[in-house]
Design a protein around this ligand. Sequence first.
Ligand code: S3P
Length: 440
Amino acid sequence: MAPLHPLTARRPADPLTGQIRVPGDKSISHRALMFGALAVGETRIDGLLEGEDVLRTASAMRALGATVRQEGAIWRVAGRGIGGLAEPADVLDMGNSGTAARLLTGILASHDLFAVMTGDASLRGRPMRRVTDPLAMCGARFSAREGGRLPLAIQGARDAMPIHYRVPVASAQVKSALLLAGLNAPGQTVIEEGVATRDHTEAMLRHFGATVSVEVAGAGRIITLSGQPELRARDVVVPGDPSSAAFPVAAALLVPGSAITIANLGLNPLRAGLFATLCDMGADITVSNERTEGGEPVGDLAVRYGPLRAIDVPPERAPSMIDEYPILAVVAAFTPGTTRMRGLGELRVKESDRLAATAAMLQAAGAQVTIEGDDLLVHGAATLPGNCTVETHMDHRLAMSALVMGLATDAPVAVDDAAFIETSFPGFAALLASLGADIS
Ligand code: S3P
């Protein structure tokens, strides 16, 4: 086992100031590599997140026969065409990444090949039936451990069938896996979601030349993909990840007097729920220089410290900020009043049980927290003692949330293991230090 890598955050003497960029969007980076491997020709990716999760996807695409090369800031992927991936010679290890594992299972389900997939202890504990059950309807066969967990053996369908499926949980990973499988099935794949989730797959399908239509149906959407298109290699520019920006944004809202700007940030409305929620709490957040790049909205986000008020966050917000609840809970812990975050059942099956782990993190620092069903209630205070070590459970977002919390507590906050921050936010501590944070 790798040695633990502890880190400690302390309250800085001065406000956080400056302009930064955060690393590339993780969701878009995985998809860019996968679409590059399925397209004919060479895809150039600018701004790819070089975090461990995405590097696992790059390795898997190589193992399936695509050529993936890094040249300075640009990544080049020479694809094999839809249906053209080769059988991997060895087990595909997706590390800590649920997105890599779920989306790749979709791709493999409609390729006539055999593959075995595994991951680290966190990923091996996460549910896979949410993708393998519907993918079996395409004709793929799966064997897995008890509960459908990794390692997973996949025999992809020889002649995949298109499916019509209503996704029972709000999950962009499930939706995307089914659309990726549908690429190599004849006819129309129709995926219904009861509530809209991030739509990077749909945007990238269009970008690479597939025909996809999206019908709004109440709070949800019906997505129809025409199968077996010829995907053509395209250039992809990856914007900064709003889920990574969440941490410096929260830090600026917790350290008095701070004012920071995050340039070149992805602002897809289906990802920007945290910023909307913080504005509802009274945060001073403004967007400038708005533009569209590669079908994705991008802009610069400026944040200023100021008073916040507790609110009730409705369950409909969850899909657009599903990864941001731990850091929102940290902000809420310093906001007078009770912030109630509703409908967080999905947090139980993330990199850790994030509902329980977020509550434990706040309690360790002296905050008052309650879990009622799928709701998290944080009873805010003007100050918190801190002076604790938070267990991060192989979960990058818990580690970063705890360290941001330590920028505001009376005494320092340590995390037992910060190594997993590398999965999504390489250079996190140094980037926050460039704004004036004390994390070492
Ligand atoms: C992701 C979707 C989300 C999110 C994950 C990335 C994606 O998972 O938590 O970090 O890239 O599609 P679910 O779709 O399972 O909610």
